[in-house]
Design a protein around this ligand. Structure first.
Ligand SMILES: Nc1ncnc2c1ncn2[C@@H]1O[C@H](COP(=O)(O)OP(=O)(O)O)[C@@H](O)[C@H]1O
Ligand SMILES: [Mg+2]
Length: 238
């Protein structure tokens, strides 16, 4: 049975017609049955909660109006998967979304702790919702009131090593993009992630490590600054 488009009418002020049509299409393909509230409103994308019968999903919708062209270009140039950068901004955002989906898929297949990717169409990504036992979305580690920082740091570094082994560098690795699911890290936000063949890979990897070490150090953890050189060698030897 076809779902009615009117179900999305309440979002008329939030989404443009184009996005409402897109969500309606995805719903009719059978990827979700209920569209729920917003989880996060960002500069580049909004994330919503949805359900597919009993399963909880996160729907990330990239903004086609306000994303930063300069930022997108910086991480698309040099990626052999995206040889042509289009001048059409809407299309560029579709490619950017596809880039997140591909990165997520690759990380997922290589066993990195990430939300399971489900579907991508245009500027929309469906993925597994990372949640607690009451089905509330898991918070990023910077929003956690109680956390064993030392243990979390060691798990986070293990994930980072797995990311490198999967042939990627995250390039926006921070306390905002690590969700805490039951005291274990889940890494999100993959659009800017690059292949390790990328000409600026060492710079982006170092920045990731400096960021994350700084945050954990601030929380009283004895961090390992030698990791940067260790990972550099790892990348160069690949
Ligand atoms: N799969 C998911 N499960 C639960 N929460 C999520 C999921 N994906 C994103 N979120 C929430 O949405 C926020 C923004 O997502 P993110 O991918 O980091 O987008 P951006 O930072 O570009 O706005 C995250 O900080 C997190 O709170
Ligand atoms: Mg983010």
């Amino acid at each position: 049975m076809k779902k009615h488009k009117e179900e999305f009418d309440i979002y008329a002020g939030v989404f443009d017609n184009y996005t409402i049509n897109l969500l309606y299409q995805i719903m009719n393909k059978g990827y979700f049955t209920e569209f729920k509230g917003i989880i996060s409103e960002g500069k580049e994308a909004n994330v919503f909660l949805a359900k597919n019968n009993k399963k909880f999903l996160a729907i990330k919708i990239f903004k086609t109006e306000t994303s930063s062209f300069r930022r997108i270009k910086e991480y698309m140039l040099g990626d052999p998967r995206f040889p042509r950068i289009t001048k059409n901004f809407r299309k560029l955002v579709f490619l950017w979304t596809q880039k997140e989906y591909k990165n997520l898929m690759r990380a997922y297949e290589k066993g990195v702790s990430v939300p399971k990717p489900i579907y991508n169409l245009k500027n929309v990504i469906l993925m597994e919702l990372i949640h607690d036992k009451n089905f509330n979305p898991s918070p990023p580690i910077n929003k956690c009131k109680s956390l064993n920082y030392k243990k979390m740091y060691s798990l986070v570094i293990k994930e980072y090593e797995k990311i490198l082994d999967s042939g990627l560098v995250h390039a926006d690795f921070s306390e905002y993009n690590i969700l805490n699911r039951n005291n274990k890290p889940v890494i999100i936000d993959w659009a800017q992630a690059i292949l390790i063949e990328h000409p600026r890979v060492l710079e982006f990897m170092e920045r990731d490590l400096v960021n994350i070490n700084k945050w954990f150090k601030n929380k009283g953890v004895i961090v390992n600054d030698e990791l940067i050189d260790k990972f550099k060698r790892k990348i160069i030897e690949k």
